[in-house]
Design a protein around this ligand. Structure first.
Ligand code: UT7
Length: 333
């Protein structure tokens, strides 16, 4: 479903933040862990290294510094925050939400808090959700966080998945803007393909048991090459749709910030969407696939490195388990 925001109140990104844990795991390190090579990982994925949290680190621990940075840059005190939405696939625990745990750590006592479960598309879904609350006018500002400790859910003996993922958090503050802001959104899902990427264990279907641990059900499972094809088509279609429905052309867009899953996916999306690679932001070589944190980490780096400037039109586009996909078109303000 695509939607143009109402003309009543424009909502934009006021600031961004990010945090990754200090420990870096390189492809060379992985060569010592599974039957793989730097050459295979680099040529098939573009990933060179990823950040990995120390054991015992929770998703809310990574979310907190990213959230603090975004709030500080927006000049909003935690107690003045109205809404906190965290997108994550790897919550600290099944409940309470990561957002409530971050609220407590931040001291954001006035905020309403909940999480969004849309896997790698989570930060796009969360931005669109926050936009809806803010346009209603009852909430003045919202903090959106995408945070993951995927290293706790990756099977470190499975070379087909463990080389892909990394840990980290990105954040942004949304609020009313006088010009620019979010000018188009697009979201979609296809539950018939939920079996392409999932983690079976730990929920109500397969609660933790000796058997579930023996069967390795508490690790993510992925049909990589099937997912690859759908990811390309869904992200290219979504990015094109959000641009067209805003009455714009690809030439009107300064930068596309795709979910950082695999450089070959990113390049194929660019090709199908008629985008030159100079207009596509890539940082997956440093972080790997950080799922719901990916677009927000990339947005923060794009903003901090001057890749986007006020007035530039930017498309965030993502794809993930569910399956889910979505885009946000914004004019940087
Ligand atoms: O964030 C959500 C979205 N994520 C995605 O959409 C991920 C999408 N999928 C992908 O990025 C790619 O499919 C992968 C990177 C996961 C895999 O790349 P591929 O080009 O599709 O490789 P493949 O799965 O077809 O495997 C090719 C070969 C296989 O060997 P054989 O059967 O040809 O002998 C694999 O066993 O590469 C082998 N292989 C590896 N070799 C060395 C798989 N993983 C590795 C590895 N190191 N880490």
């Amino acid at each position: 479903m695509s939607a143009k925001p109402s003309q009543t109140q424009r909502i934009g990104v006021l600031s961004t933040g990010m945090y990754v844990p200090p420990k870096v795991l390189t492809n060379k390190d992985l060569e010592r862990m599974v039957d793989t090579s730097d050459d295979w990982i680099t040529s098939r994925t573009g990933i060179k290294e990823r950040h990995i949290a120390e054991p015992g680190t929770a998703t809310s621990d990574l979310a907190l510094p990213a959230a603090e940075e975004a709030l500080k840059r927006a000049g909003i005190a935690p107690k003045d925050l109205d809404l906190l939405i965290t997108a994550t696939t790897t919550p600290d625990m099944l409940f309470p939400s990561v957002s409530c745990l971050v609220q407590q750590k931040l001291g954001a006592t006035s905020a309403a808090c909940f999480d969004i479960s849309a896997a790698c598309s989570g930060s796009i879904y969360a931005i669109i959700t926050a936009q809806q609350f803010l346009q209603g006018g009852r909430y003045r500002n919202a903090l959106v966080v995408g945070a993951e400790v995927l290293s706790s859910f990756v099977d470190w003996t499975d070379r087909t998945t463990c080389v892909l993922f990394g840990d980290g958090a990105g954040a942004c503050v949304l609020g009313p803007v006088s010009r620019g802001g979010i000018i188009g959104t697009d979201m979609g899902s296809d539950g018939t393909q939920s079996g392409l990427l999932f983690m079976p264990g730990g929920g109500s279907k397969y609660p933790p048991s000796y058997q579930s641990v023996d069967q390795r059900l508490h690790y993510l499972q992925m049909s990589g090459s099937d997912l690859f094809k759908v990811a390309v088509r869904r992200m290219a279609d979504s990015a094109k749709r959000v641009i067209e429905q805003a009455g714009l052309k690809v030439d009107d867009v300064k930068l596309v910030i795709p979910h950082q899953a695999n450089i070959r996916i990113v390049e194929a999306v660019a090709k199908f969407a008629d985008l030159p690679m100079e207009k596509v932001f890539v940082n997956l070589d440093k972080y790997g696939n950080t799922s719901a944190a990916s677009n927000l980490i990339a947005l923060h780096e794009a903003a901090q490195t001057g890749a986007i400037k006020p007035g530039d039109r930017v498309v965030l586009v993502a794809f993930g388990a569910g399956l889910t996909w979505g885009s946000v078109l914004l004019e940087w303000s």
